[in-house]
Design a protein around this ligand. Structure first.
Ligand code: INI
Length: 159
């Protein structure tokens, strides 16, 4: 049996972070977590990581699509926070963001990582942005490193 899996070391990837300005006090922590993990897995974050701000999670799919279509990146990482309010708005924004980012990935055959928190409360978001429940941006970056490595291995395979 031939087994392919990504290594947890950067394979020379170029990464785009797509960050939502909405709830940016959370997004900034997610960016810090992602940047730290990319750097500690061997990515030169000065030259190989671009940060792209969008207004909110709803705008992430179209921005991810543009970046994926550019051919300049090996992975796109969406980072942000959708926090439930008093209306059904949360469901539309979070649902479209998740489905949209996923659709971009399959459309372009490019790892598009969903590092967007979808929480009921601000406290839950804070817990997942570098406090007691880890940092979702760091987790997203680890996922990106693994997927870039996996895709490079699959692309290098000659059968
Ligand atoms: N965008 C977010 O990223 N998080 C939210 O919690 C949020 N809420 O709650 O409204 C949010 N809304 C804005 C949305 O992403 C769009 O920017 C807006 O609808 C304009 O298209």
């Amino acid at each position: 049996m031939r087994v392919f899996e990504g290594q947890m070391v950067d394979a020379g990837g170029r990464y785009a972070l797509v960050a939502g300005r909405f709830n940016d006090f959370i997004t900034h922590r997610l960016i810090e977590g992602a940047e730290d993990i990319l750097r500690r897995h061997g990515v030169n974050t000065e030259t190989h990581v671009d940060l792209v701000w969008v207004p909110g999670a709803y705008e992430m799919p179209v921005a991810c699509d543009k970046l994926a279509a550019s051919g300049r990146y090996d992975a796109v990482i969406a980072l942000g926070a959708v926090i439930r309010g008093a209306t059904p708005h949360f469901d539309f924004v979070s649902g479209q963001a998740a489905a949209g980012v996923q659709a971009v990935g399959t459309k372009h055959g490019l790892p598009c990582i969903f590092g967007v928190l979808t929480t009921d409360t601000i406290e839950q978001a804070i817990e997942r942005a570098g406090t007691k429940a880890g940092n979702n941006g760091a987790h997203a970056a680890r996922t990106a490193v693994e997927m870039v490595s996996l895709f490079k291995a699959l692309e290098a395979d000659n059968g």
